[in-house]
Design a protein around this ligand. Structure first.
Ligand code: 4AD
Ligand code: MG
Length: 477
């Protein structure tokens, strides 16, 4: 007989029909009630066993964490707390779990402990809920773009270019580190390396996506991205996933409109399709907030936050306006910011971004027209000669969730910029070609997938929204 998922059975009408299910034991009470979960839903199904007929041997193996198969009849539940239950007729233990050594017992574990058990933490309610929402978000992202005329573009993972110019790249090389070949000048001789040139893991698929947008019109990437920045924060990973749409003939305003509509679209999708998981995560966050001091508690629950973003227009202000607000803000005047805002041109830190979003506007904010000096080389220069058509979207609890811009499509201006920044133009020959042949206004942005999952699930640490996080000094599993 074909087995069914617990999700299916919990929706079925109980008519005493024969069913088969597989799953992992969450709890086993009174030698009679098994709460079984198979990952298909946050909810367990109650399975009622007959102590006598099972026998001592089998009974001993039904411990928390054991994998079992159950055959029985789906009936209306006798007890309270569930609509249906299974009267077990036959039980097979795939594999037991020793209660002395199985780490995920039925009690509250700290997130830090669970990070060390990342291979088993998926068997908890919290992680399974987070990962189901993560999966739904990924689907919603593809769905949104596919329905809006975008093509999925696969950017290379190994590349020779440093798109963001931040130099935070992981090298890709097959050279023997104990015998690096050197040139006559004493530099590393990359000609002898696998690709015959210096290569790294991509920090962004944007430059290549630009090439494809200038042929397919509208494309998006959705892939792994690598940054060797030594940031041990709750919002940085060394390996994360980024979504980067790139659109020919879009200016900065079109770009902002798309980003806002896209974010609202994918959040609406999970509100509609992940109700039980979000309700669980909402409750979880509420419990967590109660542990915090009054002044640090968030006024909004998870569902409130998601609905708020979907239903409100994002505030759009220029960098210059933001600096004025920040300069006159209470924390700036009282020297509460770690990095006080003194003059125009200052790079915004996450404390400033969060002040704008959480204290001042209490709403997602799109900041645009940043100083050229603090942004990447490819952003389009404004007429004032000192700002670029950049836009960052700032979210409560997260800070920057999206970074994007209108791209510099004018060859001379781009060449000038490359020269100023001492970037090796010969490496970018193909990128410059895009400005020589059929160049046009175009724009795009990058959404950090894990930051979006964090926002969507209310998880405090980005390490808890990706299955096996990679961070400085940590690449276990
Ligand atoms: O602002 P960033 O660096 O922008 C780009 O890479 C552009 N090439 C995107 C584009 O225009 N196509 O990164 C985009 C987003 C950030 O806003 C943030 O959400 C996320 O990527 N991000 C990270 N997420 C997790 N860990 C990190 N270390 C991240 N660095 C950036
Ligand atoms: Mg950025």
């Amino acid at each position: 007989m074909k087995s069914q998922s617990i999700k299916e059975l919990l929706l079925a009408s109980p008519e005493g029909q024969r069913v088969v299910i597989n799953g992992w034991v969450r709890t086993f009470r009174s030698n009679r009630f098994i709460a079984l979960n198979d990952g298909s839903t946050i909810n367990n199904i109650q399975c009622v066993v007959d102590f006598e007929s099972l026998g001592e041997e089998v009974l001993k193996k039904i411990a928390t964490g054991a994998a079992i198969k159950i055959q029985g009849n789906l009936v209306e539940s006798q007890g309270r707390g569930q609509r249906v239950e299974i009267q077990v007729e036959d039980l097979f233990v795939h594999g037991t779990a020793d209660p002395e050594t199985y780490p995920i017992q039925h009690k509250k574990h700290s997130m830090e402990f669970l990070r060390e058990q990342a291979h088993l933490r998926i068997r908890t309610n919290t992680f399974s809920a987070v990962m189901r929402v993560r999966s739904a978000l990924a689907f919603a992202i593809h769905d949104y773009f596919q329905k809006n005329g975008f093509y999925y573009f696969h950017a290379p993972i190994i590349t020779g270019s440093d798109a963001e110019g931040a130099g935070e790249m992981f090298k890709v090389s097959t050279l023997n580190p104990k015998a690096i070949p050197l040139t006559e000048e004493g530099e590393v001789d990359y000609k002898k390396d696998f690709f015959g040139k210096e290569t790294n893991l991509t920090v962004s698929g944007q430059l290549e996506a630009e090439a494809y947008a200038m042929g397919l019109g509208k494309v998006y990437t959705f892939g792994p991205t690598f940054r060797a920045e030594n940031s041990n924060t709750s919002r940085h990973l060394a390996e994360f996933w980024m979504i980067e749409p790139e659109m020919a003939f879009f200016d900065l305003k079109d770009n902002m409109d798309l980003a806002e509509d896209f974010i609202k679209g994918i959040l609406s999708y999970i509100l509609e399709n992940c109700k039980e998981d979000l309700a669980f995560l909402d409750k979880r966050l509420h419990e967590e907030e109660k542990m915090k001091p009054m002044t640090e508690r968030s006024e909004m629950g998870l569902l409130d936050r998601l609905n708020f973003v979907v239903n409100n227009k994002f505030i759009r202000i220029s960098y210059t306006e933001a600096i004025t607000i920040l300069r006159n803000s209470k924390p700036n005047k009282k020297k509460k910011f770690q990095y006080p805002i003194e003059e125009w041109g200052a790079d915004l830190q996450s404390e400033h971004e969060r002040y704008l979003v959480e204290k001042h506007f209490k709403c997602p904010v799109i900041l645009f027209d940043y100083p050229a000096k603090i942004k990447a080389f490819y952003m389009r220069l404004n007429e004032d000669g000192k700002t670029v058509r950049a836009m960052d979207i700032l979210f409560p609890g997260i800070g920057e969730i999206v970074g994007g811009s209108q791209r510099e499509e004018r060859l001379e201006v781009l060449l000038e910029k490359i020269k100023d920044l001492e970037i090796d133009a010969s490496e970018l020959w193909w990128y410059l070609d895009l400005r020589k042949f059929g160049s046009a206004v175009h724009s795009g942005f990058g959404l950090g997938f894990e930051r979006m999952v964090q926002f969507s699930t209310g998880m405090g640490n980005i390490r808890d929204v990706i299955p096996f996080p990679r961070t400085p000094q940590n690449a276990e599993f």
